[in-house]
Design a binder for this molecule. Sequence first.
Ligand code: GAP
Length: 472
Amino acid sequence: MSNNSEKMDKIISLCKRRGFVFPGSEIYGGLANSWDYGPLGHLLKQNIKKAWWKFFVQERADMVSLDSAIIMNPKAWEASGHLQNFSDELVECKKCHHRFRADHLLEADGLEPRGEREPVRSLADVMCPDCGGGLTEPRRFNMMFKTFLGTTEDSSTVAYLRPETAGGMFVNFKNIQQVTRRRLPFGIAQIGKNFRNEITPGNFIFRTREFEIGEFEYFFDPKKQENNKAKNQNEPWQDIFEMWLSEIKRWWKDVMQVNMENLVWHEIPDGERAHYSKRTVDIEYKYPFGVKELHGIAYRTDFDLERHQEVSGQDLQYTDPETNEKFLPHVIEPAFGIDRMLLVCLLEAYHEEAAPTSQDGETETRVVMKFPKHLAPIQVAVLPLSKKEELSKISQPLAAELRQHFSVEYDETQSIGKRYRRQDEIGTPYCVTVDFDTLQDKKATVRDRDTMAQERVAIANVGEFLQEKFKQ
Ligand code: GAP
């Protein structure tokens, strides 16, 4: 396999060539660090979100859903601490005027441990990485995108695009608990767009200013041990935290099917966590551009409900139905960047292999995206050997039947070899080829993406055959 930066370049180029991810606003010369998901990228993202939702919400009895507004009353951001604290240290080169995040410069210089939004310790010896010039003193830069509601632009109409989906879950906690009549512990989940005016976006879709988060707030009674765990020495929150950590491991291993050696479990030390967190574990990934955050899990205590209660003046307490005791639940929050999960999915799937050509003994490099089958954007390709009507009369109804169960691409142009290569590059697990033998034996060839093994299957049984394959 090629070296690391080459691998990123190859993936970015494949993404553009095949329609996974395009540079944003490209016909206008682009917009730096903005990306659009093309037909295949959109399908892949949908599949990741569907799988996430099934695993963390649908299959559990203790989760409910929400789709809250992107623009909230600004008081919500005052309460959550984002107006005061959601900022990074910005430094500017006095010579070339390029701007940098101070913690990134320190990290690159080996002066600072990894982590996001950490206080700066020492920048004195660091020079501009672009031109070697001196740097300004760091200053705080709030990352929330500001806008104005209505026609007047003054302080009374200021609003913000949400930087995290969590706020919606907290301000709706009381509503949701009352209408669903849920008892603790239970979680509120949502997936949605978020906006952060990042100082240094980059590394493809790793850090952008507009991105999606899937996250949930898991509310619990801080004094009550669940599931007979009272005999161990842990506090209730510690057991719940461990339970979610192990679910997160199961997610990466069984559903996303990543090589677990590429994940790093990074305990964020005291003093370096976000303002609301009593314990945070960052799940990091060994990206080609370094070991960096993939997503995280945090114990937010009752920080948010307490602050929203204080600023809104509303009673947000939960009443225990057995004891009538009133209290603010505590919260554990697993948060996942959808775009980063998609990037990891692309990186894990990308393979270059030597494959035999039609010339005896010769091989060529085959690029194949080995997505887990259930995440592949196109699941089945139907490829009649030629455009002749006698074949399309069979292959078109077959494709129509398969579309009832799978996402299907129908392709009848170019040589079959080129078409297989294209399907390998977009990660299609199965290709179904209808050829002239089909006219006689009423069978099609099913080709497996990973093994390239081919099997003749009766046309009437192809649907069932593939359904079985997708269950494996
Ligand atoms: N509610 C908690 C929260 O928002 P976060 O770590 O700030 O936590 C959640 O963000 C996740 O969103 C991150 O773990 C990461 O996966 C993703 N993320 C954060 N900033 C991002 C950015 N600028 N571009 C893409 N993804 C980002």
